[in-house]
Design a protein around this ligand. Structure first.
Ligand SMILES: *Cc1c(COP(=O)(O)O)cnc(C)c1O
Length: 423
């Protein structure tokens, strides 16, 4: 049976609580399905990052954390992270606008992404973004041209593709030579501080090798590759002031061992810190992933062909990761955790066999109308949801101690239809 993945989730009187709020009560008050987040878990994760690197790196040489907000971009969450002193990494112009709404200044945000359009680059420059992380030479030249037209100097980091393995799944590995991201070291050497690019200030290099990385070795190898490149650039007389060494820290989805952040911090201390640059990191999943639950109700228990199906009121449109990556998400009941262990295929109502959360998963015996939660739903969940099957987007709830706030209301069918019927 699956375990609880945050110390802020706990059974009290056989009823699962997030901090001090009962999920049975929440389901009554806001309905199901819904995303529930624990503010205390988010706080703990930010502090864990700050401590892991703070303990190992010398005073005054702490990394700056830019939260990769594609993991969970709710404006209220971003506002809270802003209060905690975290900056923002964005991969699309809409995310930058979310950042502005949450109170970030342009200079507290980075932007990455392989497909920046003319209009987006203009917007980034208007907002004095801290750095545009460049993924191709045509993009670099386009930024130079637009900055020139605007009478601005664009701050740029060149994104290195270090050609290392990283990431739990093929689709979220980003640092191998055949992936679409970043530039090879020789290309960077040929173009860094190119004399004709007069409207660009090259502040340094960036790198992000993948997501849900579970071994220190991937980081160490990546750090060694980028450090080597810094040496080569400096030998040619170039200035490298900033290194953005990416995110990707893995979290627990079942009972696997966690990435040891202390060892990652030691690798940063040994390989990156001696270069004397500003150090930036871009954690996403690590901050939000295990703060979130998808609260759902068992609509039917169906027995057929020797299998028992739990048919939930949530579906792949609300949580796409099992369908997209075959990702594992732990499922536990809200009530009666000690009922008889029973094996279920856990599915949603959508008309695709891919709408399956788990097969042969053992849970305490469940009945029609019972509540359960799908865990690790704080990152790459709400932000990846769709309206497939004309299913409205779910509400997002932030629990804080005894209280909770609806930080996004449930979408209505009217919200959905309005965009079509007004034409
Ligand atoms: C997605 C992404 C991240 C964050 O990845 P996590 O696995 O959520 O930490 C960081 N940097 C870049 C460039 C990204 O695309």
């Amino acid at each position: 049976m699956d375990i609880l993945l945050s110390k802020h989730f706990e059974y009290l009187n056989n009823d699962l609580h997030v901090e001090n709020v009962s999920l049975t009560r929440l389901a009554k008050e806001i309905g199901t399905p819904a995303y529930i987040y624990s503010k205390a878990e988010i706080t703990d994760q930010v502090k864990a990052l700050q401590k892991a690197f703070g303990d190992v790196l010398p005073e005054g040489r702490q990394p700056r954390f830019f939260y990769a907000c594609k993991a969970n971009s709710n404006i209220n969450l971003l506002r809270y992270l802003n209060e905690m002193g975290v900056c923002l990494e964005t991969v699309a112009v809409g995310e930058m606008h979310r950042g502005l709404k949450a109170g970030f200044k342009g200079s507290d945000m980075l932007v990455t992404g392989v497909g920046k359009t003319h209009k987006e680059i203009r917007t980034y420059l208007e907002n004095n973004i801290y750095s545009l992380n460049v993924e191709s030479i045509p993009e670099l030249e386009r930024i130079n041209k637009i900055a020139g037209e605007m009478g601005k100097t664009a701050r740029v980091m060149m994104r290195l593709n270090p050609n290392v393995e990283g990431g739990a799944y093929d689709k979220i590995s980003t640092g191998r030579a055949h992936d679409k991201f970043g530039l090879s070291a020789p290309t960077i050497i040929d173009n860094y501080e190119r004399a004709d690019l007069k409207n660009i200030k090259f502040i340094g290099l960036s790198m992000h090798i993948g997501s849900q990385i579970e071994t220190t070795q991937s980081y160490l190898t990546g750090y060694q590759v980028i450090a080597h490149l810094v040496g080569q650039l400096r030998d040619k007389g170039h200035n490298v002031a900033t290194l953005d060494i990416g995110g990707g820290f893995g979290i627990q989805y079942k009972d696997e061992s966690l990435l040891d952040l202390k060892r990652v911090a030691e690798a940063v201390r040994d390989v990156i810190e001696p270069l004397g640059t500003e150090i930036i990191m871009e954690p996403g999943r690590y901050i939000a992933g295990n703060a979130g639950l998808l609260l759902t109700k068992v609509e039917y228990v169906k027995e057929e062909g020797g299998r028992q199906f739990l048919i939930l009121d949530t579906a792949m449109n609300d949580l796409i990761r099992p369908t997209l990556y075959d990702a594992y998400h732990a499922v536990v009941p809200v009530a009666n955790p000690h009922a008889e262990p029973t094996s279920y295929d856990i599915v949603g109502p959508i008309c695709e066999t891919g709408d399956t959360f788990a097969k042969g998963r053992v849970l305490p015996k469940m009945q029609e109308g019972d509540l359960c939660v799908i865990q690790s739903a704080g990152a790459y969940t709400a932000c990846m949801a769709s309206n497939y099957n004309t299913r409205p987007l779910l509400p997002e709830i932030m629990v804080d101690g005894e209280a909770y706030k609806i930080i996004r209301r449930r979408q209505t069918l009217d919200d959905l239809f309005e965009m079509e019927t007004t034409i």
